[in-house]
Design a protein around this ligand. Structure first.
Ligand code: GLA
Length: 511
């Protein structure tokens, strides 16, 4: 009894002691097999605010006794998402903490449990290492047409594992996606853990052997991609390559990776968002990849900052994200897709604008909207990186992702820029000259009701009247021939839908 009393008094006193010590300062939230995130906490009586250096939104909440509660509400388009932390204080400098955050699909919630620990400022803001003097990187000869593949992020975020990736590789082949041209299986955020005693980056428990995973994907006749950051951590806090660029490039090459997506996020704690820092940080990895001697496609992901389309190739990039993240809804896809029309002069073989990965098949858009997504990306010469669950695709999803005629537009060897005709309200006519005597014409209806959209045959500049040649046309979604009659063609295009037409000059002598 006495012992219990002494224990209670001791516990009570220590709880009292640490509940008196202010939370002000730097804290690190570590989730086993998950991310490491940093917070700057400020406490005034029971009120606590948490800001996340270089990243996440500010949280507000309370510390009552030993219980910490923090939350943030974020609006993404029309959806409001709630991020909540609940913790129990274990000592002056540690909490057991759980975080609930929105998952990927509506209504899905991810929960992470870990430890919140006080750290010094230099853990949060490591010393800034020098960047290389800016210089043109030689072209690595890869990605002559826009890369095609699959990436884990849009469907799983970081909630996936080695088995998911292997099954996706299997499905890539069995579904016909591989035969349709999709070849890179890209493992996005969520695979890394930390570094071993020699500073080598290692996979976490869900990805115990990254080399074996690469071997498996290669055994299916596919190529494999990996994900890191110029910062110490990637976006959600998993290990990044800061200060280990050459070492990581060597590791990725030794494991057999063929593609690196290099995502800025955590780099904001080290570098400024200036063109020199952005370009320098990417060039550093571009040089490191080149040194490995392995052909590795270099995918820059810094959301278009500093007009990356003007210097991405110089830094060694094969493709560069031109925007923030896509979401699986019409507003996001429409906004991102059509904004690309302002920068269509920049992509060229080996170096592509990347308006982000496909959402086709993820369930947030109608089939017409997904056909628009696929058609628009093809017209833009965008990388076609599927982001759905390849294991459970409906026939409709397959028909969209694997439409050979639409893929052929994306991959057209002439790689000429799409041309926009002046929009008529919410109707857009996009024209893409193709190799040979052909063009693709996209009639896009961005409006909320069906629209009649037309183009004139002679606006395509196919010179069909020269030498008595004539035109032929095909609807690439309905898979039917379109009669070439009169001066123009008019289609009724469904809400948020597209009619995609390939028009070509008939081979001489065919009438
Ligand atoms: C950023 C990128 C996404 C994805 C996530 C991972 O938001 O733009 O494509 O890689 O990071 O956290």
């Amino acid at each position: 009894m006495l012992q219990r009393l002494i224990l209670a008094l001791t516990l009570g006193c220590s709880t009292f002691a640490f509940s008196q010590s202010s939370l002000d300062g730097y804290w690190q939230f570590t989730v086993p097999n998950g991310g490491v995130n940093f917070f700057v906490l400020k406490q005034t009586d029971e009120t606590v605010t948490a800001t996340a250096p270089g990243g996440r939104m500010p949280f507000t909440g309370t510390l009552q006794g030993n219980k910490l509660h923090l939350s943030a509400t974020v609006k993404f388009g029309n959806t409001t998402s709630e991020f909540v932390f609940d913790g129990v204080r274990q000592s002056a400098d540690t909490f057991e903490l759980s975080e609930t955050r929105p998952g990927v699909r509506p209504g899905q919630v991810f929960e992470d449990k870990g430890t919140l620990q006080r750290v010094s400022r230099d853990v949060v803001y490591p010393e800034r290492l020098p960047l290389p003097p800016l210089a043109n990187q030689p072209d690595n000869g890869l990605a002559r047409t826009p890369p095609m593949g699959w990436n884990s992020w849009n469907h799983y975020h970081d909630h996936f594992d080695d088995a998911t990736v292997r099954q996706t590789a299997d499905a890539m082949v069995s579904s016909g996606m591989a035969a349709a041209g999709y070849k890179y299986i890209i493992v996005d955020e969520g695979w890394s853990s930390s570094r071993d005693a020699n500073g080598n980056i290692v996979g976490n428990a869900r990805f115990p052997d990254m080399k074996a995973l690469a071997d498996y994907v290669h055994s299916k006749g596919l190529k494999i991609g990996i994900y890191s950051s110029p910062g110490p951590q990637v976006c959600g806090g998993y290990q990044g390559s800061y200060g280990h660029e050459e070492q990581d490039a060597k590791t990725f090459a030794a494991w057999g990776y063929d593609y690196l997506k290099y995502d800025w996020c955590g780099a904001s704690r080290i570098y400024q968002r200036t063109p020199a820092d952005l370009e320098g940080a990417y060039q550093k990895m571009g040089e490191a990849l080149a040194k490995t001697g392995r052909p590795i496609v270099f995918s820059l992901c810094e959301y278009g900052w500093g007009d990356v389309w003007k210097w991405g190739a110089k830094a060694g990039g094969n493709l560069w994200r031109t925007t923030g993240d896509i979401a699986d809804n019409w507003a996001s896809m429409d906004r991102i897709g059509f904004a690309q029309l302002d920068i269509t002069q920049y992509p060229k073989p080996g170096h592509w604008n990347d308006p982000d990965m496909l959402e086709v098949g993820n369930g947030g858009m109608t089939a017409d909207e997904y056909r628009t997504h696929m058609s628009l990306w093809a017209m833009l010469r965008a990388p076609l990186i599927a982001g759905n669950d390849l294991r459970t695709m409906t026939e409709e999803t397959k028909s969209i992702l694997m439409n050979p005629d639409v893929i052929a537009i994306d991959q057209d060897p002439a790689a000429l820029a799409v041309q926009r005709t002046p929009p008529q309200g919410t109707s857009e006519v996009l024209i893409r000259p193709l190799a040979g005597e052909a063009v693709a014409v996209g009639l896009f209806n961005r409006g909320a009701s069906p629209a009649q959209i037309s183009f004139r045959w002679d606006s395509l500049h196919l010179n069909a009247d020269l030498g008595g040649k004539s035109l032929e046309a095909r609807d690439l979604w309905k898979h039917v021939a379109i009669p070439v009659t009169g001066d123009s063609y008019t289609a009724t295009v469904p809400t948020h839908g597209v009619v995609l037409v390939r028009v070509s000059v008939k081979p001489f002598g065919m009438f």
